[in-house]
Design a binder for this molecule. Structure first.
Ligand code: SAM
Length: 85
């Protein structure tokens, strides 16, 4: 069984499944409504647990493989220095 954190539209998941030569998803965990629609279209029987910060992981089905596409820290390196005074 595979679990997927911050699944996006499932691109990484498809590659992991291909690399493993198969495998079944126990769950996805994604908050974006658009990405979630794509997930439910491609994996209609796989539950989307939603926000990874509020999931009760003690009750989530166990998995052997965990994928994760954590969000980028957007543009932190491009922020101009803060001016003081
Ligand atoms: C870098 S993208 C993941 C891309 C994904 N691995 C793929 O191959 O399509 C990060 C994803 O994390 C999701 N995300 C951000 N915060 C989240 C949270 N607290 N719980 C679940 N998903 C979250 C975003 O909506 C976004 O789709």
């Amino acid at each position: 069984m595979i679990g997927s954190l911050c699944s996006g539209y499932g691109g990484l998941d498809l590659d992991v499944q291909a690399a493993l030569g198969g495998g079944t998803f126990a769950w996805h965990a994604e908050v974006d409504p658009g990405a979630s629609r794509i997930l439910s279209r491609h994996w209609p029987t796989v539950p989307n647990l939603g926000d990874i910060t509020t999931v009760n992981w003690a009750t989530a089905p166990g998995v052997c493989v965990l994928t994760a596409g954590f969000p980028c820290q957007r543009r932190l390196g491009r922020r101009p220095p803060r001016r003081t005074g």
